[in-house]
Ligand binder design. Sequence first.
Ligand SMILES: Cc1ncc(COP(=O)(O)O)c(C=O)c1O
Length: 359
Amino acid sequence: MSENTPKLRSALDGMPAYVPGKRDTAGGPVAYKLSSNENPYPPLPGVQEAVAGAAASLNRYPDMACAGLLAELAEHFAVPVEHLATGTGSVGVAQQLLQATAGPGDEVIYAWRSFEAYPIITQVSGATSVRVPLTAAEEHDLDAMAAAVTDRTRLIFVCNPNNPTGAAIPRPALERFLDKVPAGVLVVLDEAYREFVRDERVVDGLELYRDRPNVCVLRTFSKAYGLAGLRVGFAVAQAPVAAALRKTAVPFGVSQLAQDAAVASLRSEEALLERVESLVGERTRVVAALAEQGWPALDSQANFVWLRLGERTGDFAAACERAGVIVRPFAGEGARVTIGETAANDLFLQVAETFRKET
Ligand SMILES: Cc1ncc(COP(=O)(O)O)c(C=O)c1O
């Protein structure tokens, strides 16, 4: 390092960049963006009005305590307000959790492949990532994750359902795992896609955290609620963890626009359920069509599907793009494809069928 440059933390060296889903095809036909697990529907009824109302006070700081949103969340999910904390998207809350628990010399465990922010925010914290490979069935290997715990482990991410594979963990397996994790290690149940789960064996983390002070549930308004652009997520955990999250929050991080939009979204429950149900219906249709085309059986409990394409991943993503569909390739591994509007899903299925026949 030159003496003329600021001394930056070596923890940042060689950090992988977060790869956002591509936004556009390179001059190709109609682009459907199925690369970021976004909601194809516009904001829920009442949201745009709430945002416009909040926009009138943009010269003011937002409510730092997010009191209105927290009160609404407490009622909606039947949890005490002291068990809640908000942040700039659930990835913001995850970063706050790391700041509260881990630093240099500590270890953070997560499955791999899983949500690509985990390695990045872990590295920023200075802690060491311990990646535990998924099983052949693309599921969390919870026995191996429990066995990976050492006296340096501070936090474990469990992504349920898992991004990008869509696999979800049944209740008995998750409870057995939680029973094995020492009380001093925080287990973060990342339930960004919870609203799309239809497998009744998959437990809602909110049923688990009450008896377990070392469990924290992460939820977001970015996916089912369709507010990805406003950056608001929240955690549910017992009071000491929720209080630590308030200490590590960026002051005024959640804008008033986001707070008011989230409240309006929670009040649009009926429309939310309708939209989620329709996306789940599209997921069922896409999964069945892929099986019909001869793709290996896959189940997804989220708003995306996963195709393990290995070395053909790049070719597949390019074929999709030529047809006007942007997917999220993970080089050498597979492609994650968001369930979008019907026309987008149809186009994706057409490309998948042709690709399957030709390769
Ligand atoms: C598993 C998982 N967790 C968290 C997030 C972050 O969502 P946000 O920060 O928008 O709430 C995502 C987004 O893709 C995700 O896939």
